[in-house]
Design a protein around this ligand. Structure first.
Ligand SMILES: *Cc1c(COP(=O)(O)O)cnc(C)c1O
Length: 414
């Protein structure tokens, strides 16, 4: 089977999957054959080899002192989390449901941390019983955890999630700076640390997550430098040495025309400097990044089948069996301000020129159910397979699958 690179014209760069003849090759198999094996469309397919390549690229670019965590809310498929277990240094969960998946996958409690606002008393107790690291998001949470530690006598491990006074510039989603529901404002941290000292809680460090989906290395570098400097400053008030410093993530992937992939080299060089400074400033600290979409986003595709072709006043529509109920973010309704097309292709006609202007829609009776708007694709007929690339993160579990009562989506790891 020979592989040929594909033109990235009018697309975000998509070279994760090779092509042989007319077929996209996913998990070593022609897409049509994979679809036949799965027995239904729509489906998501995530490729182990692509995930492993991405982790290898990161390991090569980052200093060994920087540990890699997987933020599993990006893709919580249990076998994928199990795949990650042996390849990353930790799993970050954002709910008790995710904690269960991580523990079931055999991830050691010492390698799990839990962030997220509004953790209820029962959830805090479950996490404390599990022995995972709790990223504390409020003073209320701290009081509840202290009471649990007193009540049970367990060692309850905590880090403080800090809402810094800066933001990650040019991010898809801002998660810090100004007034935010996440974490404890940096200026409150010294007082909170003084309170921690009066509890039996085991203080382990800080968690500073400033944003998501960023494609500008300089912005990420600036945020990491500021996060590190802030952690060093706050550590002076801590009741115990900082053993864990989570510098966040925010590494983005290209989705849209004009997006270019992130250059890891300067980020790695900057982190090497930070790691060197940390050897003196925070000698007991293990530094980590927590990445969701960067690890899995490009390794996944969403595949649906053309069920109808119709022309309305001059524009051709490919109607498919998939749509926003499985893939909200590709429809542009997952927090996007301006709708833009994800990269799409006809996965069983990869050798045909992309020369037909079409809109790709789903079966839902709403104009929001749009997977591709006026884009050039290979001429497609009923039965052909529409592929949405860059779909390994924030897909199935970030979509309203019950909406309109259509069949659910299948996920495979290949
Ligand atoms: C969502 C989230 C992540 C992952 O973000 P990505 O953009 O998928 O990398 C990491 N950490 C925290 C605290 C999050 O809320």
């Amino acid at each position: 089977m020979t592989s040929t690179p594909r033109s990235a014209a009018a697309h975000a760069p998509i070279d994760t999957f090779p092509v042989a003849g007319s077929e996209l090759i996913v998990g070593g198999q022609p897409l049509s054959r994979l679809a036949a094996r799965i027995g239904q469309t729509p489906f998501y397919a995530y490729e182990r080899a692509a995930i492993d390549r991405r982790i290898a690229e990161l390991r090569a670019a980052l200093p060994v002192a920087i540990k890699l965590h997987y933020a599993m809310k990006a893709n919580p498929m249990p076998v994928l989390v199990a795949h990650m277990r042996d390849r990353v240094d930790g799993i970050d969960v954002a709910s008790i449901g995710e904690m269960k998946v991580a523990l079931d996958a055999g991830v050691a409690p010492t390698a799990i941390s839990f962030a997220g606002p509004g953790k209820r008393e029962t959830e805090l107790r479950q996490a404390a019983a599990a022995g995972i690291l709790l990223n504390v998001e409020s003073e209320q949470e701290l009081d509840r955890l202290a009471a649990i530690a007193v009540d049970t006598g367990w060692t309850v491990r905590v880090a403080l999630r800090v809402n810094p006074d800066f933001e990650l510039k040019a991010s898809g989603m801002q998660m810090s700076g100004g007034s935010k529901p996440f974490g404890i404002d940096a200026e409150r941290i010294p007082a909170v640390l003084a309170r921690v000292a009066k509890t039996p809680l085991q203080f382990e460090g800080f968690h500073i997550f400033s944003g998501s989906q960023n494609l500008r290395a300089e912005a990420i570098i600036e945020a990491q430098q500021k996060s590190f400097a802030l952690a060093v400053e706050l550590a002076a008030h801590a009741p115990a040495p900082v053993r864990s410093l989570n510098l966040g993530g925010g590494l983005g992937i290209p989705y849209f025309p004009g997006n270019t992939p992130l250059d890891l080299a300067p980020i790695g060089a900057n982190l090497a400097q930070i790691a060197e400074q940390a050897r003196h400033a925070l000698p007991e600290a293990q530094l980590c990044l927590e990445l969701g979409r960067y690890l899995v986003g490009e390794a996944g595709i969403y595949v649906c089948r053309v069920t109808d072709r119709k022309v309305s006043r001059g524009l051709t529509y490919l109607v498919t069996d998939g749509g926003l109920h499985h893939h909200l973010s590709a429809s542009g309704n997952f927090g996007q301000v301006l709708r833009k097309n994800y990269p799409l292709a006809i996965g069983n006609r990869m050798d045909a020129p992309a020369d037909e202007l079409v809109s790709v829609v789903g079966p839902l009776c709403t104009p929001l159910d749009l997977l591709g708007e006026r884009m050039l694709l290979a001429h497609a007929e009923i039965g052909d397979l529409v592929v949405v690339f860059q779909s390994g993160a924030y897909g199935a579990t970030a979509s309203p699958q019950q909406f309109l009562g259509h069949p659910g989506v299948v996920e495979v790891l290949v």
